[in-house]
Design a protein around this ligand. Sequence first.
Ligand code: PGA
Length: 259
Amino acid sequence: MPKKLIVANWKMNPETLAGALSIAKGSREAEKAAKNVSLVMCPPALFVGDLLREFAKGPKKGRASFGLQNLFWEKSGSYTGEVSPAMAKSLGLDYVILGHSERRALGETDELIEKKVAAALKSGITVVLCVGEKERDEHGEYLHVIEEQLKKTIPVLPKPKLGSLVIAYEPLWAIGAGARSAATPEEVFSITIFIRKVLTGILGKDAAMKMEILYGGSVDAANAVPMIVQGGVQGLLVGRVSLNAKAFGEILKTVGSIK
Ligand code: PGA
């Protein structure tokens, strides 16, 4: 059985390095105890170096896996405040979350996201590309929103590179402290079918069927398993709960118990 991918999006938390080390320690222990679960922690970029030194020692296989929450598209140069895929790769980072709705809300457009996705994939970093509608409407316009996001942000690249692309479905109304609620597993299931249909149009059936799709938005220990089993996703993108190592450990444990 393929491992379930759990991506922890810490966002701009916690406030201290000591806090980050403590969350990573608890999460890593829970990952080790869970079967068939692969954890990627995405802390603020500033903490990544210390976390890698502490938790990602030794041979690549069996190491803790870390990712970033954003990356720029150039390798180096006069881009004040940015971090490049080459830098991430040089530290041994495996993943990056791109196109998150909170970054889109700060002005990141589909065009910028597409450039970032292309650069990260070319550097050999797995991209977790977030898509999702702001709200649902009875005419199904929200499906059009998701379709456009996929069409505009998946770059034209050779198939092997696109093999390290993962799609995360994150409806905005289900994300963060102000969320209405998590999506239901039924809603997630129908969206995964829709996403695969759109991906088939972009990448062909083979690549579309192989692509991992995650769900994110108010994931907790109670809804994690139904999201995967009935929602038909291959993993989860977890925000708030990933900051509480104990509660997050529960998610890893329940997901690890899926037969
Ligand atoms: P949440 O956030 O789990 O706190 O709803 C998910 C996300 O924004 O990735």
